[in-house]
Design a protein around this ligand. Structure first.
Ligand SMILES: Nc1ncnc2c1ncn2[C@@H]1O[C@H](COP(=O)(O)OP(=O)(O)O)[C@@H](O)[C@H]1O
Ligand SMILES: [Mg+2]
Length: 252
């Protein structure tokens, strides 16, 4: 059974249909990409799947459960975590503290136990620090753990943003244009990370503008144009699909 099933998803913003009857499903451990020209409805699709927006029509099932209508934090608790197209880190906090924000424990540490410095509070702190450091190690950012995140190069800040999402120990990770603003070396690091995550059983859905990256890493792709799904297939099928080529030429 598919991990994520999206069926007939539709969202209108006064007058324009941003997402129109879009259906797709993602299998466990798959690297799945959503591509399309600017304004095609990719981010809106993520917003609907992650509960940031409510759909006008359509249904979403995650791990067999209907999640359409749930709030973002309820969906995150079920194992789906996302990044945003624009990174939003706390510039004056360290890399480590930024990543700890993404840990599950963040929600469990009550004001009470924090205020009274209970044993549970300290244990939770230790656990979150360990999870955050392990995540940073996976992304090759361990040595940066105690630096202010605002001092890192932009591409590394993007990786910290991904680390924060991973600290929530997701089953499904949604990445919105993760390679935007990255240089060639950071991009290949990102691809290696995505492959490692897949090997560990994680499922990844990514939106990406960098066509070379997508063609190299995605196992299956859907293409959106003006809110509609115009193609679905393996990278080599998408690359030679005339409708896809026309959509991208239209953008240029
Ligand atoms: N919150 C919003 N309010 C009004 N229109 C929106 C909103 N979000 C997106 N749109 C519109 O929906 C369409 C799809 O946008 P988006 O999903 O961001 O595209 P993409 O991520 O593919 O570039 C665009 O025309 C955009 O202007
Ligand atoms: Mg977008």
């Amino acid at each position: 059974m598919a991990l994520l099933v999206v069926s007939n998803l539709t969202k209108n913003f006064d007058g324009i249909t941003a997402v129109s009857k879009v259906s797709f499903s993602v299998a466990q451990s798959e690297i799945f990409a959503i591509i399309g020209p600017n304004g095609a409805g990719k981010t809106t699709t993520f917003n609907l799947v992650s509960g940031v927006l409510a759909p006008d029509c359509g249904e979403i099932f995650f791990r067999g459960e209907r999640i359409s209508g749930l709030k973002p934090h309820e969906i995150a608790l079920r194992g789906m975590v996302r990044t945003f197209q624009t990174i939003s880190l706390f510039d004056t906090m360290t890399v480590l503290d930024n990543v700890k924000v993404g840990c599950h424990g963040q929600a469990r540490t009550h004001i009470f136990s924090a205020a009274f410095r209970t044993r549970a509070f300290f244990e939770e702190e230790v656990r979150m620090t360990r999870t955050a450091l392990e995540t940073l190690r996976l992304l090759g950012l361990e040595r940066r753990a105690h630096e202010m995140v605002g001092n890192l190069p932009f591409g590394q800040q993007r990786l910290v943003d991904i680390a924060r999402a991973l600290a929530g120990e997701p089953v499904l990770l949604l990445l919105d244009e993760p390679a935007a603003g990255m240089n060639a070396r950071e991009r290949s690091e990102l691809m290696a990370i995505i492959r490692t995550l897949k090997q560990r059983g994680m499922t990844i859905v990514l939106i990406e503008h960098d066509m070379d990256l997508i063609m190299e890493i995605a196992e299956r792709i859907i293409v959106l144009d003006h809110g509609e799904k115009i193609a679905e297939g393996k990278p080599e099928e998408i690359q030679r699909n005339p409708d896809v080529i026309a959509a991208y030429l239209g953008e240029a």
